[in-house]
Design a binder for this molecule. Structure first.
Ligand SMILES: Cc1cc2nc3c(=O)[nH]c(=O)nc-3n(C[C@H](O)[C@H](O)[C@H](O)COP(=O)(O)O)c2cc1C
Length: 209
């Protein structure tokens, strides 16, 4: 099973990265493969709603020749997509928002003369976030937006790991956050394997609604 981690923090050694590290180590320990893509290192132009991507339902087909085609390919070769981002103004950071816009059109061929398919239908999507407020006040709107985005795109939303940053004078990571990140990795791994093997009757993830 393969994971595609889309990392939206600008800080390579920041809070979101510190939370992601034990998550990735645990995924590897479970036997999962992953791609890790740092979005601030990529050229991601904003969607301009030209709808060139709607002409051919078999491919991404975007007019821009930037780095989104390679991200599109990485997503299509994965089973689980993880959006990792700090919360900025109650949502994700700008490159991740630009990417989500490019994907909602490029992946979902809903916007031409006739309604076409979702090219990523059935994949799982999960969130890892860090925020200054308590998660229920800092990351709630982001999670709600992504739940709707997932339903619209025919993705299966799995859940969110969200941890609070108490500010620059505090050390962000502690043992509890590390354990939460590892537990979240195991949940995604087990949920993904259940989805791939429907006859397997293991319990569903506690994060699922
Ligand atoms: C520009 C900016 C906007 C932010 N907006 C929010 C916000 O709306 N809600 C919130 O809870 N925290 C907000 N924060 C706090 C960050 O989400 C938090 O510090 C996060 O852990 C930073 O992660 P990083 O170290 O990976 O960059 C903001 C931080 C910055 C720099």
């Amino acid at each position: 099973m393969k994971f595609c981690i889309l990392m939206g923090s600008p800080r390579k050694k920041g809070n979101t990265s510190s939370l992601l590290n034990p998550f990735l180590n645990e995924l590897s320990a479970c036997g999962a493969e992953h791609d890790l893509i740092w979005l601030y290192d990529k050229e991601i132009q904003p969607c301009i709603a030209c709808r060139v991507c709607q002409a051919d339902w078999s491919k991404f087909g975007c007019w821009y020749k930037d780095d989104v085609q390679e991200i599109f390919d990485a997503i299509l070769s994965s089973d689980v997509i993880v959006l990792a981002t700090p919360i900025y103004s109650w949502y994700c950071t700008p490159p991740m928002k630009a990417l989500l816009d490019r994907l909602v059109y490029g992946m979902n061929k809903y916007y031409g003369e006739e309604k076409g398919p979702s090219l990523w239908a059935g994949k799982q999507l999960a969130l890892i976030t860090t925020c200054g407020y308590k998660p229920e006040k800092g990351a709630d709107l982001w999670e709600l937006g992504i739940q709707r985005y997932s339903k619209h795109s025919q993705l299966s939303y799995v859940g969110m790991l969200s941890e609070r940053d108490l500010g620059y004078k505090h050390i962000f990571m502690d043992k509890e956050k590390e354990e939460n990140a590892k537990a979240f990795a195991r949940i995604l791994w087990n949920t993904g394997r259940n989805e791939k093997e429907p006859e397997n009757q293991r319990d569903r993830a506690i994060f699922e609604e």
